[in-house]
Design a protein around this ligand. Structure first.
Ligand code: CP
Ligand code: NVA
Length: 311
């Protein structure tokens, strides 16, 4: 049994297989959708807010013939101090898969250790792997593949870390610019550099947005104030000065570069309204692809395509 907790746990060909599967399933939606997960149940535990993750997992499960339960950790006994390990052992006896959005990554690892069924990371403070699958799927749809140069500008957070891992596994070049003190975790950079030696990916870690963005094919940013960082909001806004993605910064990327953002976006902070709403922005395709990418993950984890004699 496999979990989907971080890109780290997956080989290049497995990641590409999941994305190919997601693309196939997206096509099927417009012809003959197959109920790969008929009768299966997904428990969705949320310790943080969500729009895209919640709706895409719930609708995705329904479209695959299954059922999803929304479980807010505030309402679960988890919110009153029941252990992750006990919650995992109880819920995993009743459902077929579990998605969790929580704070610490060690919390989801603890949950997975005790779960009898596959656990999917719907975001932790450290990683947001399902988002990156949807992002790459969106790039492919817009004519960008593994030869792309990725630029990430902003906070060295869960999105930056997951993108760094993904690019270094796939063999894409990636340049990340963060303000000093907001770099991607050193253990993630170290592991990504090891992967890059095998895949041929070139990694640049910088504190200069222009150095990351120049001649890039895709420009990515994310909020400066992630869930859990709210108390540092004012300080962060000051520290991130010069890291806003605006038309001047986009102008030094390639002419046909895409702009991507996992959303929610805070216009006027990490990105201008003009860039977010502009011709290069594919943020709503990215959001829609969460649905298809996660269907790919759920079908893959259940080996459901093979069971339908299609894989
Ligand atoms: N991008 C993303 O995960 O959005 P939500 O927080 O709305 O789920
Ligand atoms: N980095 C953001 C992503 C939200 C989808 C956060 O963790 O809040």
């Amino acid at each position: 049994m496999r979990h989907f907790l971080t890109i780290r746990d997956f080989k290049r060909n497995e990641l590409l297989e999941i994305i190919e599967l997601a693309i196939e399933i997206k096509k099927e939606l417009h012809s003959t959708p197959i109920k790969y997960l008929e009768g299966k149940t997904l428990g969705m535990i949320f310790a943080k807010s969500s729009t895209r993750t919640r709706v895409s997992f719930e609708v995705g499960m329904y479209q695959l013939g299954g059922h999803a339960l929304f479980l807010s950790s505030r309402d679960l006994q988890l919110g009153r101090g029941e252990r992750m390990s006990d919650t995992a052992r109880v819920i995993s006896r009743m459902v077929d898969m579990i998605m969790i959005r929580t704070f610490s990554h060690s919390g989801i690892e603890e949950f997975a250790k005790y779960s009898k069924v596959p656990v999917i990371n719907g975001l932790t403070d450290k990683y947001h792997p399902v988002q990156i699958l949807a992002d790459y799927m969106t790039m492919i749809e817009h004519g960008k593949g593994a030869k792309s140069n990725i630029a990430y500008v902003g906070d060295g957070n869960n999105i930056a870390s997951s993108w760094l891992l993904f690019a270094s596994k796939i063999g894409m070049d990636i340049r990340i610019a963060t303000p000093k003190g907001y770099e991607v975790d050193a253990d993630v950079v170290k592991y990504a550099r090891e992967c890059a030696r095998i895949s041929g990916s070139r990694i640049l870690i910088s504190n200069l947005p222009q150095e990351a963005v120049i001649f890039s094919d895709v420009v990515i940013t994310d909020t400066w104030v992630s869930m859990g960082d709210e108390e540092e909001k004012e300080k962060r806004i000051a520290d991130f000065e010069g890291f806003k993605v605006d038309s001047q910064l986009m102008a030094i990327a390639k002419k046909d570069a895409l702009f991507m953002h996992c959303l929610p976006a805070y216009r006027g902070l990490e990105v201008t309204n003009g860039v977010l709403e502009g011709k290069q922005s594919v943020v709503f395709d990215e959001a829609e692809n969460r649905l298809h990418a996660q269907k790919g993950v759920m079908v893959w984890l259940n080996n459901a395509r093979k069971r339908h004699n299609l894989g």
